[in-house]
Design a protein around this ligand. Sequence first.
Ligand code: AMP
Length: 239
Amino acid sequence: MIIVLMGPPGAGKGTQARHIVDKYNVTHLATGDMFREKIASGDDVGVKIKEMVESGRLVPDELTIQMIADRIEQPDCKNGFILDGFPRTVEQAEGLDMMLKEHGLFMDGALEIKVDDNALVDRISGRFSCSDCGEGYHDDFKPSAVSDICDCCGGEHKFVRRADDTAEKVKTRLGIYHEQTAPILPFYEQRNMLHTVDGMGSMEDVKINIFSVLDGLEDSNCDLHDSKEYGDVRCNYKK
Ligand code: AMP
């Protein structure tokens, strides 16, 4: 299964991706996490992109597309993958189409988590996560049971906040989402690949709705879809 997970910052893509990984046994490819790892490692790319990422601006398409093209060749992507935070521009969506085509792979669908803008600043500016296991928290909506201890893995003093999760930077990121990323939605809609779920409900409700969309894609067997675009039969991972 190859899925693109879309939605503005704070829509809950990371949280839902974790559920999808557990249920469908696919690899989670989050470009934001990959870039933050490069920054933490201090390698050449990390130094080059640090300021862009921490201020909420996009990393250049060429570098981003190449990073994903290399990553999907790794053995852990054989069973499928979920792209979280990629593509973010029409150029990246076209780059993804090309790289999948080169590998003889096809996307099963794009899943949009739709959330009102005015909910997002509050959602993002209070969030933090465990640097050991990745569990996400929020000051108001989901604090940890015991201060400074992760409910999930028991790690102590492991909580981290992202440098770009301030109210001011969230506004920059939302602006970029609407200008550069939202135009990808019609790109997938025209190909009959876009599935939208309401992201304003509880995390559990959103998860159930996402699973129902993905189960529908699985039922269609992932192996026989007419592709108007290429005029062929799409085939990913046959059972
Ligand atoms: P995220 O964790 O998805 O919110 O991404 C954090 C930051 O990483 C973004 O604000 C960008 O600076 C950078 N980034 C992540 N994914 C992409 C992408 N597909 N294209 C360009 N920049 C990206």
